[in-house]
Design a protein around this ligand. Structure first.
Ligand code: UN1
Length: 510
């Protein structure tokens, strides 16, 4: 089926920007002959205008009572629920995520709206006792102001919602810059969210490339038009954003890459572990920040685990994401090319398993049982790389592709040390039937998120999400924890004694 490509433009204060002379062409990665959208990219000045529009709209939005803002969030959730299937299909068409995963991703937005609908009626401050009589202390959460949210294309609707929904609930205005290669997803989500009844300028959508965004953001920060930056993407870009924000005394919310380890102990249920590794490593074609990097397997079960994983991988259906497959194509040609460059890291000391080839699946480099036409899109072989050692780049660097490294270990302490070695600290997992090992792992690992007998990916929408080290600056999204990203604590003291009581100086201790 060929549909007319979408004509996508930035929307600032409710107004669509004019069409660009040469729009960016966004194709379906599972069928690259299909153009999904023509995207008119904005420039740095447009980005600044969007921030100004947000600044102008924010205070009025902050005056809307939080429970009423919560109702708007609830209406957003209802709209997404009513359009769940349509939105999931757009995600699949735009970035090639399997329909099952795309539905899960849309569900994550619904869960987020559900959580924050009620939060509008809480958003608690505190009443704090004073050290003096006839005096009371209070705390209030106040919105930061304008949030500039820059998101990646691999979770094109759920991750933006993790930022946008709580930012709006807490009375902020938002400028959202989605990835250019998931522009159709962004358009669909933007349409649904604004339909819930947001005043103009409270949520603005800017399509722009990385450099124009960076320049626009820099100017907007300089003019005092942005109060919080939220960024999900690579660690390298995260560092640049962190430096820029630091110059303006701001702490951004950074959710960056991962090299997420999975430890399989000698007592693990290997069947469950193989299922977990398969999904963690190859789900979304390995293009999640929470995807499995290296499986650290106890030497006594290493050979069995590897042969079971290789067998499961060889049997896994891969291909057309609208069908029942483990994974579809790479998101975009840039993802595919970057991943291909990492395949050069495979060395002679590695044993390659899991598929009949490495790299792009083509008639000359086929995969048995491929679902659909491999020529149509950006499909890649799943790769298990056994014999990975800490000196390998594939051990320390994120690949964002369908590749799982395997390293054998002898003692749990060694496994924990290896797990921490790459310096990332997003997600991790341990498969064990020994509670002592699970807790020793939990306390020894530097990651923000730990799974026991579960995938490294697939976090629930109301637990704190985020990483440490190269994975981020310790900020957390989701649940009540994200409120600290979009609000600042304001304290108030109220003296009703009728005289000046001086803190620290007039305190009666006897
Ligand atoms: C990401 O890849 O940026 O935990 C986020 C997960 C998903 C989110 C991944 N819920 O895998």
């Amino acid at each position: 089926m060929t549909a007319t490509p979408l004509d996508l433009r930035s929307v600032i204060a409710g107004k669509r920007l004019p069409a660009a002379k040469t729009p960016l062409v966004s194709v379906n990665p599972a069928d690259t002959a299909q153009t999904v959208a023509e995207v008119s990219l904005a420039d740095r000045a447009d980005f600044v205008s969007a921030c100004r529009a947000a600044k102008n709209a924010q205070q009025q939005w902050a005056r809307v009572p939080a429970p009423v803002r919560g109702q708007v969030i609830g209406a957003m959730g209802d709209l997404v629920t009513a359009n769940k299937e349509a939105l999931a299909r757009i995600v699949t068409r735009d970035i090639g995520k399997t329909l099952a995963e795309a539905r899960g991703e849309v569900q994550e937005i619904i869960d987020t709206c559900e959580f924050f609908r009620g939060e509008g009626r809480r958003l608690y401050g505190q009443s704090v006792p004073s050290e003096m009589p006839d005096k009371q202390l209070f705390t209030f959460r106040t919105p930061v102001g304008v949030a500039a949210i820059i998101t990646a294309g691999n979770f094109p609707v759920a991750v933006p919602a993790w930022y946008i929904i709580p930012a709006l609930l807490t009375g902020n205005a938002v400028v959202w810059k989605p990835a250019e290669y998931s522009a159709a997803c962004a358009w669909a989500l933007y349409e649904l969210l604004t339909r819930a009844g947001l005043p103009e300028g409270v949520l603005n959508l800017v399509y722009a490339d990385g450099e124009e965004t960076f320049a626009g953001l820099s100017a907007a920060l300089g003019e005092g038009l942005v109060d919080k930056v939220g960024f999900t993407g690579s660690s390298a870009v995260g560092v640049r954003i962190g430096e820029l924000c630091g110059r303006h005394l701001q702490t951004p919310c950074l959710e960056l890459g991962g090299k997420n380890p999975m430890v399989i102990t000698e007592d693990a249920d290997l069947e469950v572990a193989v299922e977990g590794a398969l999904f963690s490593g190859f789900g979304t074609a390995g293009q999640r920040c929470t995807s499995l990097g290296t499986a650290l397997v106890h030497e006594s079960v290493h050979d069995r685990f590897v042969s079971m994983l290789a067998e499961a991988t060889a049997a896994a259906p891969i291909g057309d994401p609208t069908r029942d497959v483990l994974y579809g194509p790479m998101i975009d040609h840039r993802f595919a090319e970057r991943y291909e460059s990492f395949l050069g890291w495979i060395g002679d000391h590695h044993r390659v398993l899991g598929s009949s080839g490495v790299g792009r699946i083509t008639p000359a480099n086929p995969r048995a049982g491929f679902v659909g036409d491999p020529q149509a899109g950006l499909f890649y072989h799943p790769v298990i790389l056994d014999g990975v050692v800490p000196e390998d780049r594939v051990f320390t660097e994120e690949t964002f592709g369908p590749i799982i490294g395997v390293t054998a270990y002898r003692h749990l302490e060694e496994a924990i040390e290896l797990a921490n070695l790459p310096g990332y600290g997003l997600s991790c997992s341990i498969y064990t039937t020994d509670a002592k090992k699970a807790f020793a792992f939990r306390s020894g690992i530097g990651a923000g998120m730990v799974s026991v007998n579960n995938s490294t990916s697939g976090a629930e929408a109301h637990l704190p999400f985020g990483g440490n080290g190269r994975s981020g600056n310790g900020s957390r999204l989701s649940g009540v924890w994200v409120l600290d990203q979009f609000t600042r604590w304001q304290s108030m003291n109220w003296d009703y004694s009728g005289r000046l009581q001086k803190a620290q100086m007039d305190v009666q201790t006897t």
